[in-house]
Ligand binder design. Sequence first.
Ligand code: SF4
Ligand code: ZN
Length: 709
Amino acid sequence: MSLLQTIFTGSKQAYDVAEIVVKSSIEELGRDCKVAFPDTAYSLPLYYASTGRRVSTLGELEEALETIKGFIVEKNLLANGLDAGYATALCAEVIEAVKYARNEDPYRDEPGYGFVSDAQIRSYGVGLVTQDIPGVAVLLGKAEDSESAAKIIKDYQAKGLLTYLVGDIIDQAIQHNVKMGNDLRVIPLGYDVTSVIHVVSIAIRAALIFGGIEPGKSKEFYKYTKERVKAFVNAFGPLSELVVSAGAGAIQLGFPVICDTVVPEVPTYLLSQRNHEKTVQTSLEARGIKIKVTEIPIPVSFAAAFEGERIRKDSMYAEFGGSKTKSWELVMTRDISEIEDHKIEVIGPDIDSFNKVPGRLPLSVIVEVAGKKMEEDFEPVLERRLHYFMNYIEGVMHVGQRNLTWIRIGKDAFEKGFRLRHIGEVIYAKMHDEFEAVVDKCQVTIITDEEKVKELEKKYALPKYEARDERLDALIDESVDTFYSCNLCQSFAPAHVCIITPERLGLCGAVSWLDAKATKELDEHGPCQPVLKEGLEDSFKGVWSEVNKVVEQISQGAVSRVTLYSLIEDPMTSCGCFECICGIMPEANGVVIVNREYGGMSPVGMTFGELAAMTGGGVQTPGFMGHGRHFISSKKFISAEGGVKRIVWMPKELKEFIAQRLNATVKELYNIENFTDMVCDETIAVDSEEVMNFLSEKGHPALNMDSIM
Ligand code: SF4
Ligand code: ZN
């Protein structure tokens, strides 16, 4: 059978199965039975992207199948083969949707995760744009020998790729102790081959969420995923017609398929690599993924994928800080003559001195750096990276910052020979690697001697922290003559640009004004560029002609005016990876803010996902705006609309997170005490009327302000 014929056969099989499950489910549950994937604003994302139509019942699903049938046209052209492959993907989506219609949580009893929520996809945003996540690997089938399969998975994990598993390879991974989970970047989707659709759905929603591509324009989706989503497929074991056909669907989206069996190769798209030792390399090359490796001399793995690894009590060997002992970390600038590059010193007992396990010690991690272009302002930027550097070590967990750090080292890591000096090796290597433009020399001192930890905290750490806080407090929009632009997210949201000011950090929450300034220093032509604060047009709304000019230029003409302090008039665009979204609640004459982690309903009748779907993609949506968590307590937060006292509702977790700073701002501006007590949350009310009752009971200031609209 020719390759094309195999694809058509597979598509028809998929179609037949989809038809049967839909028809029999209708017989059993009726045409009006609800169909929806959980936590998405995009209905059945593939079908929605292809047609612009939403499906919400089994009856509508049956109609959708008719449309999908039209994609399967048996002609002897590659384009028809790819369309048919995409139809297989659409059929798989239908089959998976029926699973969710029949059972709220069809993946409950297996290791697979099934459908991936919008919020989860948004949370990948920054990782993808910074290439911290360099690509997406989809592994499907069953490898002949499970050990080499596990090795391949671990290799992708160590390289930081998001790796999705479909089929029996999940069990093979479990058998060889691959660490799995969303946080560890190895995610089992499901045993059925149709569950592969849940990763295709991620690519399609990236185009909807970040790319702002209009549903119905299939070709634009294919172009987007091909150019921007660095995914590929590894198919293990013999291929059924169905899998070949699904593979054609992947190719339609620009994702190469690498098989470990003999297949009729299609250059750059369908490749055969029978040697598992070379699977990873062949795959990365086929998709053009380049991985930067930093060799670090430590006895355990080091990879961004281990960032989310938790060390639980029973697997813990050593612990520092976390209220049990003193633990702090500090990055300090030194004169180039004062320090010695790569000097790593451990003062006090190491972890092999314990006479019982787990052992606890106080800890200071002092990182001294020197360089001609190093500035004191960059110290906190470098210091914040320590959290990541330590977390990336397999078997080490790091939480917190400054003198509130909490570090655990696992038993496995200790047994492999990990000692405190290795923390120094990691920090040394990463400081040079990530900050080479400013760090010429780096010296790391790790102290566990109790007296010294105390003494040096007083001498160095506390005064430094205090000085930085003062600097940050004094750092307001009025006190600088330069803002920064960031266009990092353009790789996914081509028209988006953030303007970063001292009081308004990037909407992803990851780029403050100091970060942007350091980024510019590190990479002169990089994503962050200075914007002179010139041509003031309106200080109240935050309009500068120079800012407008830069935004117009960087957005390639898509956006020509932004205000920095208004939600309603020319608000800043949103790419999609925002930490929070703010929207008007007209009846309360105020705004609600919803954070990405909150899965419930908001008083405006929309979830985070639904609110977020209304903005994003680099377009301006007056009345809605994505922003970072820390912007909420700023005096500039929607100050054109009356500022922070417009906030009427936030999820409890966010409210508690921001309470101290927000209350201080409101107190200073309006002399109102404990403002957050007047702000409603989901534990008090979500229903609009009940929220209103709560606000009037508390005398919330928004109720007496000028109309927000
Ligand atoms: Fe993306 Fe804006 Fe964050 Fe830059 S600051 S990474 S453009 S969200
Ligand atoms: Zn973004």
